[in-house]
Write a protein that binds this ligand. Structure first.
Ligand code: N01
Length: 548
């Protein structure tokens, strides 16, 4: 490890990384390997990103733990033992802390420091990085590792301040925990966070009201303790396992591989058997039961109806079952995985409130008032999601060439080249940015890919005495077109998902991530092999270059 040799003091760095979640930590490790002087700024009090903030009851990953882990260190990969098929938030946070300790990362990270502004100076070819709390440093390169689902979306209901009880957002859960025992709890939102939280809160609360605007499709996670033999088998060829997974469109889901066949070539009984088998295995496999589910509405309808049938089987009250049954395209909004979500509604103290037909009008001192009723509550939990993909990036006032504001440039939706660079913003990289597969994949794999691509790029710049790299305007135009073309061939843009920014009032609807991990990896490799085509490279600053 080279960290002993690196000076971490000072106010000028080769690289500033924003965020110390899984992306920021791996990026730090990589740039340190290159001998670059780096500083990470992290708004939270410790490492972990998503897993530092999202401590709500029931929080766990919906990607299997053997996949949702780092692959940059073979030793780490071998020594860490996961205990469950899907790791809980505390276990993942322990893992993040272990990585920070094992690779001595913390001394390069400044915690409790939210970056508020990034300003590029053309004369010096430097970024000024400003903290919300005051203070600034200079950097040649800035790498945004600020997360895709990290900017919490708290709805602006009237009367928020008047509610006399406690209010929480799942993505900002108090570290000391919240005692919900015996209380009247309202959960607003039924996406992945709400679906995970509801069954666990139901165990504690005296009464639970779930305020549902759109019914979610959720599949059983099928969580269980990890069989040591199974984990050992994967570890015996972890490299091969990772390579196999990276050939999948979503870069994962090892236990439930996608079926390349068309649903229209299957008989009704074959179809049922395929769906049943995948439901029983747990995980998102129902969506991958046939190749046309996400591209053909009729095919999608078979999968959707299968899940609705399961809801009718599980939920005893037919009216509640009907209300819990979604009617949109399955998989269009991100599929949820649950442990006992539908079952929770069979409990007498769990109530489903339809806020699609009778919307929430306001919070009152006593609770939530909808168009038809008032619900008296002690605690309100907002599981209302995030300003996805662009929220964290645009929470920073980023000014590029000529004072160009990223917020203004992206008013009509994010525009990038490869989801890695933006014209007008030299030497600024975005890890898993809009226009890359990111949230449509196992994030750990996408992070690994981007960190290595950016690391290789920085090395190339060093080796070729290049001071500056900037995505070209033409490359951006062609890339945005490509991302839209790919999405338009599918059913993904057909609903009000956060992939489109449709969950945030006023946000322009643009399908932000790119479908298809393997083709994207190929494209990035070609770009690099061709001397970073589509990027403008400039300047000879070898004398300034930091490190060795
Ligand atoms: O957020 P969401 P999330 N009035 O946006 C409702 C990842 N994640 O935090 O659909 C009433 O999905 C909203 O209703 P509607 C994962 O990628 C992963 O649950 O807009 N309701 C919806 O029901 C996931 O997809 C894990 O009509 C309002 C809910 O709030 C992503 O994070 C766990 C409302 C928001 O659902 C986001 O999931 C958790 C309003 N004004 C999260 N505003 C795992 O790994 C919003 N809603 C398991």
């Amino acid at each position: 490890m080279k960290s002993e040799e690196v000076d971490v003091s000072g106010t000028e760095f080769d690289v500033v990384i924003v965020g110390a979640g899984f992306a920021g930590m791996q990026m730090l490790y990589r740039v340190r390997e290159l001998g670059l002087r780096a500083r990470v700024f992290e708004a939270g009090g410790d490492v972990g990103g998503t897993w530092y903030w999202n401590r709500y009851p029931g929080a766990r990953c919906d990607v299997e733990s053997v996949e949702y882990s780092y692959q940059f260190s073979p030793e780490l990969q071998q020594e860490w033992e996961w205990t469950e098929r899907y790791a809980t938030q505390p276990e993942i946070l322990r893992y993040a802390n272990h990585v920070a300790d094992r690779f001595d990362l913390r001394r390069h990270i400044q915690f409790d420091t939210r970056v508020s502004a990034l300003v590029y100076d053309e004369t010096s070819d430097r970024w000024t990085v400003r903290a919300a709390t005051g203070g600034e440093v200079l950097a040649r390169f800035v790498i945004m590792a600020s997360g895709c689902l990290s900017s919490a979306n708290l709805p602006g209901f009237a009367g928020m301040e008047t509610f006399a009880g406690e209010v929480y957002h799942t993505g900002r859960w108090p570290h000391e925990g919240v005692d919900l025992s015996g209380k009247r709890v309202g959960v607003v939102g039924t996406g992945s966070s709400g679906v995970q939280a509801v069954p666990v809160i139901a165990e504690q609360a005296g009464a639970l009201y779930v305020f549902q605007r759109t019914a979610a499709y959720t599949l059983p996670a099928g969580n269980h303790p990890l069989d040591p033999g199974e984990q050992a088998a994967i570890k015996a060829d972890y490299v091969g396992f990772r390579a196999q997974m990276s050939l999948r469109q979503s870069a994962g889901n090892w236990r439930v591989p996608p079926n390349p066949a068309s649903i229209f070539d299957a008989t009704p009984s074959e179809r049922e058997a395929e769906f049943e088998a995948r439901w029983a295995r747990g995980g998102p496999g129902v969506l991958g039961a046939y190749a046309d589910i996400m591209v053909d509405q009729e095919a999608n309808g078979f999968a959707a109806e299968f899940v609705r049938g399961k809801i009718r089987e599980i939920v005893k009250d037919p009216e509640v079952a009907a209300l819990l049954s979604p009617d949109q395209i399955i998989g269009c909004k991100r599929i949820c995985l649950d442990t006992g979500y539908y079952e929770a509604f069979n409990r007498p103290h769990v109530h489903l409130v339809d806020v699609a037909t009778a919307p929430i009008e306001r919070l009152t001192p006593r609770g939530i008032r909808t168009a038809v009723d008032e619900y008296e509550l002690d605690v309100i939990v907002f599981a209302t999601g995030f300003d996805a993909m662009t929220g964290a990036l645009l929470s920073v006032d980023i000014r590029g060439r000529g004072g160009l504001s990223l917020r203004e440039k992206w008013l009509s939706g994010p525009r990038t080249y490869l989801g890695l660079g933006v014209p007008g913003f030299p030497n600024l990289f975005t890890v898993t940015g809009p226009g890359s597969p990111s949230v449509l994949t196992n994030m750990m794999v996408s992070i690994h890919h981007h960190v290595n691509w950016i690391g290789d790029c920085l090395k190339y710049l060093q080796d070729h005495r290049i001071a500056s790299i900037e995505a070209s305007a033409d490359a951006e135009v062609a890339w945005v077109e490509h991302v839209n073309e790919v999405a338009d061939k599918t059913l993904y843009p057909s609903c009000n998902s956060w992939y489109l920014g449709a969950n945030i009032p006023g946000k322009t609807r643009v399908f932000m991530p790119l479908l298809g991990f393997p083709a994207y990896v190929q494209r990035c490799a070609t770009v690099a092999a061709n001397g970073y085509e589509g990027f403008d490279l400039a300047g000879d600053r070898r004398s300034d270059a930091g490190g060795n």
